[in-house]
Design a protein around this ligand. Structure first.
Ligand code: SAH
Length: 251
């Protein structure tokens, strides 16, 4: 059963923005900020349909990992009729210039644990011909504007744009990170969902963007840093940036 009719993706009138985070802390406050919220529980997830600063939106927690994120993204499109997807959450840094508290917006995403060699080149998603799945430039640029405005109020936090890697692994090992970085030199951040959403959106033709606040350095102290960060900072960033994004016009 479809809860919504799907709409013409080119019509600005019928845009509906899907907002995904993996963890509750990454989306705190957003549901409360929704006008006319309507809850739909399906497949172990709660989809809240409503409007955020006059943007029609559906907010949902994907749970953790690539499969969880892929299922959520596909259902947002097919069952809830979203026309655009925004993923917001936290990530580990994969670059010396990217610090805890900084924000990374994906220009493209890679599934860093994908390896079907020798049948396909390492990292390439089989049968798509792509290792680096590009995000939507217009959405990402608008998101960058929203994030810059928000970060003006945060001492010294920097906005970066580039490659984000996703895999089914919490990276808390400097050696493992260094190995990944040498295989993917442009890598700025590592997380567990973004590139799965990217693949679903690529295959369904849905524009999407991914924004991550850096919670840890993907090294031996990552677990403690991550826990402290998601509790205190993650939701404040996500809320502020999404508010600016929605206020900056439509979905
Ligand atoms: N033990 C945690 C598990 C969270 S997994 C819990 O109890 O909730 C980490 C989440 O944050 C994932 O959704 C991932 O996308 C992101 N993340 C943050 N730092 C990461 C890192 N160093 N490696 C991989 N994912 C990271």
């Amino acid at each position: 059963m479809h809860i919504f009719q799907s709409h013409d993706k080119n019509s600005s009138k019928n845009k509906r923005l899907g907002i995904i985070s993996a963890l509750a802390e990454e989306q705190e406050g957003l549901i409360q900020a929704m006008q006319h919220p309507e809850r739909h529980v399906h497949g172990m997830r709660e989809y809240t349909v409503g409007s955020l600063w006059n943007v029609e939106a559906v907010a949902v927690l994907s749970r953790i990992g690539k499969v969880a994120a892929a299922m959520t993204a596909a259902l947002l499109v097919e069952r809830f009729g979203v026309t655009h997807i925004l993923f917001t959450g936290v990530a580990g840094s994969a670059d010396a210039n990217v610090r805890v508290g900084d924000v990374v917006i994906a220009e493209s995403l890679v599934q860093h644990d994908m390896d079907a060699a020798p049948l396909f080149p390492r990292f390439e998603v089989p049968l798509t011909g792509l290792a680096h799945l590009p995000s939507d430039l217009a959405m990402s640029s608008r998101l960058a504007g929203a994030a810059s405005t928000f970060l003006e109020g945060e001492n010294g936090a920097t906005l970066h744009r580039g490659l984000i890697g996703s895999g089914d692994q919490f990276i808390n090992d400097g050696m493992r990170l260094a190995a990944l970085k040498s295989a993917l030199p442009g890598l700025l951040a590592v997380e567990m969902e973004g590139a799965a959403v990217a693949q679903v959106c690529f295959e369904l033709g849905i524009p999407f963007a991914v924004i991550r606040t850096i919670s840890d350095n993907a090294n031996e102290t990552a677990a403690t840093d991550f826990m402290a960060f998601v509790k205190t900072v993650a939701s404040r960033y996500a809320f502020g940036i999404i508010e600016n994004y929605c206020r900056s016009h439509g979905a």
